[in-house]
Design a protein. Structure first.
Lengths: 208, 208
DNA sequence: GTCTATACATGGATAGAC
DNA sequence: GTCTATCCATGTATAGAC
């Protein structure tokens, strides 16, 4: 598995994470991989394709690595706990950083847009599964559109990752605030059946 | 006000919004401004300084433009409504897009990090003011750390803006889910004093 | 598959005439 | 303040030897 192609993919992830998309040139990546610059084009055709391939592979690997923990989470609170853990690991490993960089690049590069949306979709699918299990018996269940909420969580996650890059203390405060939502849903979950029904009725009324 | 410096600043915002940070070279910007390329360096010293200057100016202008509407909002629900409006306007005008691009670039460029954090801080300050007014009398008041929540909202906003660039339908669903939070806070706000006290006690218990 | 060498475009930045 | 001209680094990509 330490052949040239995978060396290039690994190097790409390292370079994008540390130097950003702007610093991810064929020469820099090849140097980081310890291989010849021309091999980028021989094996991948273009930088774009190397970037998207690396992004796809890395995301698949990370999602698979976290699948167990996602499966173990069965409430919004536990989902947020997994998110916190994922956030710290990814900060060190730098894989969500790669996704964020490519997402920014994809805004103006149609060649990146599709693959990046796909990679994001892998994360979103995991989040959606957790929400489907965890929210089903909450009074909020039919208030929230699960697909939308999953996309919101994923977007916020990316935004937080980027914000942390320019204000670490601020991002920590933001994540703490996010975690406080968990307490709220836990409380709503612990309501007795009467209070629960009353809240549910009020919610129904408020949303139309 | 249509002198060379402001022509360059305006062109910079246009170019970053449409071509991304990667496409924002001195030559491209100067061409968009209709001025000579060498004037970028004469007036601003470097591209970085032009970028940060343009970002600062644009953000100040946009925040000032929205100050009235932020002031009019006095609940999380109304804040979200302003956010929706801001989101649609900014998509067309492209000023939050500029902030997102620079934020991504700032991850690996220390020269951008400070100014971008500052610009984001302007938005965060506005959000914080709304939260201070709107959350004060909610049962959630002392559950949420306002500075943290403001930063969370700002980060999520940036993340959504980026996500919309690769999946417009998905982003719309995410924003709808976000708006549903407004209904929840409204309901909590409408609770009677008894239910309110009970919920508050439960929350207090759950967070320690 | 891998290397060297190279073509060719674009980038930041400066010198010096006007 | 503005222009032309230019230096030099870096970028993508390819041709052709090994």
């Amino acid at each position: 598995m330490a052949d040239t192609k995978s060396k290039l993919v690994d190097a790409t992830l390292r370079v994008v994470a540390t130097e950003g998309l702007a610093g991810a040139s064929a020469r820099v990546i090849a140097a980081a991989a310890g291989v010849n610059q021309a091999l980028v084009f021989y094996h991948f055709g273009s930088i774009d394709q190397l970037l998207t391939q690396a992004c796809r592979q890395a995301t698949q690997a990370r999602v698979a690595l976290y699948r167990d923990r996602f499966d173990a989470a069965s409430s919004l609170g536990e989902l947020l706990a997994v998110g916190r853990e994922l956030h710290e690991t990814e900060r060190a490993e730098g894989n969500v950083t790669v996704l964020a960089q490519l997402l920014a690049g994809a805004q103006t590069d149609p060649k990146l847009a599709g693959p990046v949306a796909e990679a994001l979709g892998l994360w979103i699918a995991e989040i959606e599964r957790v929400l489907d299990r965890g929210l089903a018996d909450l009074p909020l269940a039919d208030l929230f559109d699960r697909p939308g909420l999953a996309r919101l969580v994923a977007s916020a996650f990316i935004g937080l990752e980027l914000y942390e890059g320019v204000d670490e203390a601020g991002a920590t405060a933001a994540i703490d605030a996010l975690t406080q939502f968990a307490a709220l849903t836990q409380v709503l979950d612990d309501l007795g059946p009467v209070a629960r029904r009353a809240l549910k009725a009020k919610l129904r009324k408020a949303t139309r």
